[in-house]
Design a protein around this ligand. Structure first.
Ligand SMILES: [Zn+2]
Ligand SMILES: [Zn+2]
Ligand SMILES: [Zn+2]
Ligand SMILES: [Zn+2]
Ligand SMILES: [Zn+2]
Length: 248
């Protein structure tokens, strides 16, 4: 990204310049300009531009998500708070939540695409397009495949079902019923919430328990010790003197 003293500053009159990002006028003196462009507010606005897909070219601000050039009266913050922009951001974040699609490369470059990590494909970043993609059968299937080893879901002999190791239940082997189980089953979600709460910042990992069908243990990296992977044992372990004495 371009920076430098005059980044965002355009001529206004004989005595004043205008900061396009902040929507303010500044006396036309190097010292004043420098003070402004080194200020926290100005830097914060540059950061907001990067996070919101707003770029600066030919003395104008352009918002890529909204596909408009901002008028002279509109500062970066004013535009971001406008309904059109705020709604786009909210709708987009809602669509890509949990979908392994990151908006950042789209927002802070001049790319028109985002990348779907589970489908290994680029897609044009419009609400309509992303909505169609995340609801598509290929994407749902790929998401399911990605989530299985993170959720303790395993194939069984008959292809019609899968097995959830965490809940010890069989589930129909369709993307929809597996995702329903992962996202909506109370017992499943409670187990994860409880364990994640217990192991947070405790260096205890449950990845191999979830990814390997025959692994019974979680692993405490702090104590270099295997512990039976259930809430009771993990709770007892993270509160034990042995574990606490290994505090880094
Ligand atoms: Zn400024
Ligand atoms: Zn916008
Ligand atoms: Zn996808
Ligand atoms: Zn489950
Ligand atoms: Zn430990």
């Amino acid at each position: 990204m371009k920076t430098g003293l005059l980044y965002g500053i355009v001529a206004s009159s004989k005595t004043r310049v205008r900061c396009v990002f902040c929507g303010v006028f500044i006396p036309k003196a190097n010292k004043c300009i420098e003070q402004h462009t080194n200020g926290a507010k100005h830097k914060e606005n540059i950061e907001l531009m990067t996070e919101n897909g707003i770029s600066f070219a030919n003395d104008m601000l352009y918002c890529k998500p909204c596909r408009i050039e901002l008028s002279e009266e509109e500062s970066v913050t004013k535009h971001i708070e406008s309904d059109g922009h705020a709604n786009w951001v909210a709708a987009m974040e809602d669509l890509i939540d949990g979908e392994f699609i990151s908006l950042d490369p789209y927002l802070n470059s001049d790319k028109e695409d985002v990348y779907c990590e589970v489908c290994h494909s680029s897609l044009q970043c419009t609400l309509q397009n992303i909505e169609a993609h995340v609801n598509g059968i290929n994407h749902r299937t790929n998401i399911t495949e990605r989530l299985k080893p993170l959720n303790g879901i395993f194939p069984v002999d008959n292809d019609d079902e899968v097995w959830c190791k965490v809940c010890n239940v069989f589930i129909d082997n369709t993307a929809r019923s597996i995702l329903d189980h992962i996202d909506d089953d109370d017992e499943h979600m409670e187990w994860f919430a409880e364990i994640e709460d217990l192991i947070e910042e405790q260096d205890v990992s449950i990845e191999s328990f979830l990814a390997n069908e025959y692994e019974h243990n979680a692993f405490c990296n702090r104590c270099n010790l295997e512990i039976s992977c259930n809430p009771q044992t993990i709770e007892a372990h993270v509160n034990s003197d042995a574990h606490l004495s290994h505090f880094p």
